[in-house]
Design a protein around this ligand. Structure first.
Ligand code: PLP
Length: 327
């Protein structure tokens, strides 16, 4: 078998870079959640990570790995979501400069958050301009290094540190569930689980409207889809990456999907029962557990809660208007 783009040693090196800088986020348990699922659940709470999501891990690891001259020149990233804020914060901590390409209609809160971390925001027209081309243009013109949101070995290794911490904290698992967008988190998690908990089944969870990952795993090649309409904006990716797919194909057992209604019901459950504020993408893995579609009875199951960045007014509206839960 061909060598994978990252090894467990890369994740361990990322853990050392992140030590004392990223939070070692808590692992929470809940008897109510265990009773509901029939499993023993361990929730890795990356909503408590710096800037509110696991993306800080990969961004910091990637910026820390740059050559001094590259770091001095700065970094460019395109994202309207958590990767942008993660890169901006990582660059501030590592005395680099971040240029973030964002759609001109990006939520003001996200623009403000990126700027508050010291990032320079360059807007593009999402209907007329190609953000990747603009990112490449800025990189060439200003000598910046482009750090993509998932398809990069240093980003993947950094994301894998969350699952490594989880297993170090609670011991071996039977099953590990992670949300899936472009696959940085899932691929890193799978490499960590393979090394620290051999025999652990790793499962990715996607929004029902955008199951390109599941299609890709079954087809054995990367399947592209149109922009999926889902509340899980952190998983609205159109295709997996070359590097992430190579790892997922080798190390991930299955990919399942959940509906937006299940995401909302799960967000409400966490707010009520565990007092956790989570964004729709952040509850993908937990929603799969509660959907009952997986055989988890009696098993030790790790669940990554990937982030909690959701505008408070939108959060309130989403929960107030959610459809009634199925009996
Ligand atoms: C980006 C993101 C994901 C998906 O991660 P990938 O590495 O793209 O698969 C999941 N949850 C949250 C909160 C995210 O920001």
């Amino acid at each position: 078998m061909a060598e994978l783009p990252i090894t467990f040693a890369d994740i361990q090196a990322a853990q050392q870079r992140l030590a004392g800088i990223a939070h070692r986020t808590p692992v929470l348990t809940s008897r109510t959640a265990d009773a509901r699922s029939g499993a023993q659940l361990f929730f890795k709470c990356e909503n408590f990570q710096r800037m509110g999501a696991f993306k800080f891990r990969g961004a910091y690891n990637a910026v820390a790995r740059l050559e001094p001259a590259q770091r001095a020149a700065g970094v460019v990233a395109y994202s309207s979501g958590n990767h942008a804020q993660a890169i901006a914060l990582a660059c501030r901590l590592l005395a680099s400069r971040a240029v973030i390409v964002m759609p001109s209609d990006a939520p003001r809160a996200k623009v403000a958050a990126t700027r508050s971390y010291g990032g320079e925001v360059v807007f593009y027209d999402r209907y007329r301009e190609d953000r990747e081309a603009l990112g490449r243009h800025l990189a060439a013109e200003r000598g910046l290094t482009l750090i993509p949101p998932y398809d990069h070995p240093d980003v993947m290794a950094g994301q894998g540190s969350a699952a490594a911490e989880l297993i170090e904290t609670v011991g071996p698992l039977d099953v590990l569930l992670a949300p899936l967008g472009g696959g940085g988190l899932l691929s890193g998690s799978a490499v960590a689980a393979h090394a620290l908990s051999p025999g652990c089944t790793v499962i990715g969870v996607e929004p029902e409207a955008g199951d390109d990952g599941r299609q890709s795993l079954r087809a054995g090649h990367i399947v592209h889809i149109a922009t999926p309409e889902t509340l899980a904006d952190g998983a609205q990716t159109l295709h997996l990456g070359q590097h992430t797919f190579a790892v997922i194909a080798a190390r991930v057992s299955d990919i399942v999907t959940v509906s937006d209604a299940q995401l909302l019901e799960t967000m409400a459950w966490f707010a009520e029962r565990m007092k956790l504020v989570l964004e729709p993408t952040g509850v993908l893995a937990a929603a799969a557990v509660f959907s009952g579609q997986l055989a988890l009875t009696g098993k030790r199951v790790g669940v990554i809660l990937s982030g909690g960045n959701v505008d408070l007014a939108r959060y309130a509206t989403l929960l107030a208007e959610r459809p009634a839960a199925e009996a």
